[in-house]
Write a protein that binds this ligand. Sequence first.
Ligand code: NAP
Length: 342
Amino acid sequence: MPGSVERALGVHRVLEPRGVLPQAALRLDADPALGADEVRIAVERLNLDAASFRQLSEAHAGDGAAVRAAVLGIVATRGKMQNPVTGSGGMLIGVVDAVGPESPLGLAVGQRVATLVSLTLTPLRLTDGLARWDGRSEQVPAQGTAILFARSIAAVLPDDLPDAVSLAVLDVCGAPAATARVVERAGARTVVVLGAAGKSGCLSLAAARAAGATHLTGLVRDDAEASALRAAGLADRVVVADATDPLAVAAAVGTPADVTVVCVDVPGAEHGAVLATADGGTVVFFSMATSFSAAALGAEGMAADVTMLVGNGYTPGHAALALDLYRRNRGVRSLVDPRVHP
Ligand code: NAP
């Protein structure tokens, strides 16, 4: 029988291999029967993490039916939605369906919530075969059940925003929070965001500005994204380069910045990010496609004295901060909204 810390972390739901935490598990027990300290959510919609969705789409050449079958297969096999290639998941929204008498989460039956813990550790059972999803968008209408543990976190959904927007913003809410914290602590003035026209990218720009940064550079993939980012007015300078081409990134960025935030959803941005960062500066790797070895060995190989942070998906207050940035910034809304499929 696991102790209280193990239970709070969900170790009792791990089927294979025994003894690891749910995030590292191959398989979870997604039985909807509730433990005394657990909460059951009636699932309405999943938000697949961008890196995971891109990988699945590319692996199946954009065939939506095949992507849907792949997601169903992963959830049926693993009892959770964790892409075995990217290792990443996403999050979900739904209605609180049952609350165990010993749950400390303070949730009540009937509340509409977004889980702020990753799908990679959330026991999940799907019951509708994802029949309402065409396999072509990150957001997945779904029916089924998910389980929250005593140490999980969930946010009650705001009633002034469409669910699809809340889901998209909350999925990446760790990025603006991490950016704000680093900018504030370092007193950083110059910030570069790679993938700046994406959801986490534009929120990170807005967060950096609010935290006191004065020279913001947004690096984007092509001219269409550059026009959209310029129109959004979130960056002082917009540059176009392939984030996976280190020399192109360095040339486009010019003078390295105090802080670089990596918000692309593709692998291979580590070296460009290091080159874009001044000695003594900080790189925040929010992207799930980041390679630890490429970042660490790359920085060593360039004799770059930079601090490198893994963008933790959790920072206290991260959900409220991100939703607030979305509400207050027309520019953020102009970039996030077209990516949201209601
Ligand atoms: P998003 O909205 O799809 O934004 C990604 C942006 O990067 C897009 O604008 C994309 O352009 C751009 N991009 C892709 N390849 C590029 C390249 N080679 N050069 C320049 N730009 C490029 O994604 P998101 O939802 O913000 O997620 C971004 C990353 O955060 C993903 O890797 C995701 O997995 C990760 N994430 C991390 C956490 C965490 O807790 N650390 C939580 C959630 C998500 P196109 O649209 O033109 O492709």
